[in-house]
Write a protein that binds this ligand. Structure first.
Ligand code: NAI
Ligand code: MG
Length: 399
């Protein structure tokens, strides 16, 4: 079979060190691929005025599958300040290249699995009925709609003209906000489309079917946010009836779900939500299994097959310039495993996950976060493993 080409998008800060570590693990596991590096992130914003150059979009269009580290985003004005002098007066406006990637390729399905590794000192524990300590085994797959909703970017400060008129045509706006001066009003919309809502629901149902779950949980707020959350829940019930009769639909509200998070997280298998609530609930679950060093994700477009695999964490700029990288590469390694699953290279993924599990359970090699240290350059001399040492430990356990 022809060797695959994977687009490598290290990005900024710690993105490169975790991605390099993950690729070493992929190589050592025997997964053969050619990697081509794509330009993305701060350097390209500063020097070209575009953190996501067209050539990078072309690369992904061609090769379809990318591993992504992390990027740095900064507020608009600060970003404009850092442009090279010849670009400063061009009125360029910074926008996040990872959000740009999602929108450009319609990567509207985001999957964030949260699985407990035995022996991880960061695992959530709770008190049982007899004051004993319980360590619930979490295994939840959170499907987050990735392109619409509150992150759709349709917003106004001081709405004017037809926008204001349209708002005033809504009786509730008129009654509750009609007396407020326009310049004191800001509006962020929450737009859900039927097509995207059906796609994220189907992705969740299909996952449940493939992995033997008998239900999915829609985690929204349909009793209050009727037109969007309500639509998602209703469509879930319709899909259940029409196509997935053996997978029933549970309905939880995002606020209550966060309250229950520590009560019975092991009771949730497949969760589906819109963009904002999906972000919240997936971070909540990630906190139970070790936090940012363990939170991985896949984003894909089911029609084109274009997909980007990335840890949930950002570029952690304060650690980026350390001589030895101290961050935990497991979230990136897990993201690479999700890529392997996606391209149906299940055996490599299984092998790598087993090695990661063994390293964690053995507990000899731990990055600073796993040792509950504060992230500083001296963590290595205090016994924490570096990013590379963690990757080496995983490699040593590959069978
Ligand atoms: P962050 O995720 O970069 O870091 C927050 C803290 O989490 C770090 O200080 C560190 O203590 C810990 N952490 C992160 N990754 C870790 C790892 N692999 N191992 C151990 N500990 C880890 O979030 P922050 O500081 O809010 O943002 C930094 C920059 O990253 C910003 O410019 C932000 O815009 C960007 N960002 C990018 C994302 C992406 O590329 N998808 C996502 C989130 C933030
Ligand atoms: Mg988040």
């Amino acid at each position: 079979m022809a060797k695959r080409t994977i687009v490598n998008l290290p990005g900024d800060g710690i993105g490169r060190s975790v991605l390099d570590a993950a690729i070493r693990v992929l190589d050592a596991a025997g997964f053969e691929a050619d990697y081509v590096e794509g330009d993305i992130g701060w350097e390209f914003w500063r020097t070209e005025g575009n953190p996501l150059p067209q050539r990078t979009l072309d690369l992904l269009e061609k090769h379809k599958v990318a591993l992504f580290g992390a990027i740095t985003s900064k507020p608009k004005d600060e970003a404009a300040e850092e442009l090279v002098p010849e670009l400063k007066d061009k009125n360029l406006v910074y926008s996040s290249p990872i959000v740009g990637l999602r929108q450009h390729f319609g990567l509207d399905i985001c999957l964030r699995p949260c699985r407990t590794y035995k022996g991880n000192p960061l695992n959530f524990i709770r008190r049982g009925a007899n004051k004993d300590i319980e360590e619930p085994m979490v295994n939840a797959a959170i499907f987050r709609q990735n392109t619409e909703g509150l992150y759709g970017g349709v917003e106004w400060a001081n709405p004017q003209g037809v926008v204001y008129d349209a708002l005033m045509s809504h009786p509730k706006f008129k009654k509750n906000f009609g007396h407020v001066p326009q310049e004191e009003i800001s509006v962020s919309t929450r737009i859900f489309t039927k097509k995207a809502t059906e796609r994220i629901l189907r992705a969740a149902f299909e996952h449940a079917k493939e992995f033997g779950f008998d239900n999915i949980t829609v985690c929204e707020k349909p009793n209050v946010i009727r037109e969007t959350s309500g639509m998602m829940y209703k469509m879930a019930l319709e899909l259940h009836k029409a196509d997935y009769p053996n997978i029933w639909v549970r309905n939880t509200n995002i606020d209550a779900q966060m309250m229950w998070l520590t009560k019975n997280p092991e009771d949730y298998g497949v969760i589906v939500a819109g963009n904002m609530f999906g972000d919240i609930v997936s971070d909540g679950f990630a906190g139970l299994i070790g936090g940012l060093g363990f939170a991985c994700s896949a984003q894909y477009n089911p029609e084109t097959g274009i997909s980007v695999f990335e840890p949930t964490h950002g570029s952690a700029p304060k650690y980026a310039d350390y001589d030895v990288s101290i961050v935990n590469p497991i979230a990136m390694i897990e993201s690479a495993c999700m890529m392997l699953d996606f391209i149906k290279e299940y055996d490599y993924a299984k092998k790598i996950r087993a090695a990661v599990a063994e390293v964690i359970e053995e507990g000899k090699v731990r990055t600073y976060d796993m040792m509950k240290m504060r992230g500083k350059a001296d963590v290595i001399e205090n016994g924490a493993a570096s990013t590379d040492e963690m990757a080496d430990a995983v490699i040593a356990k590959l069978k």
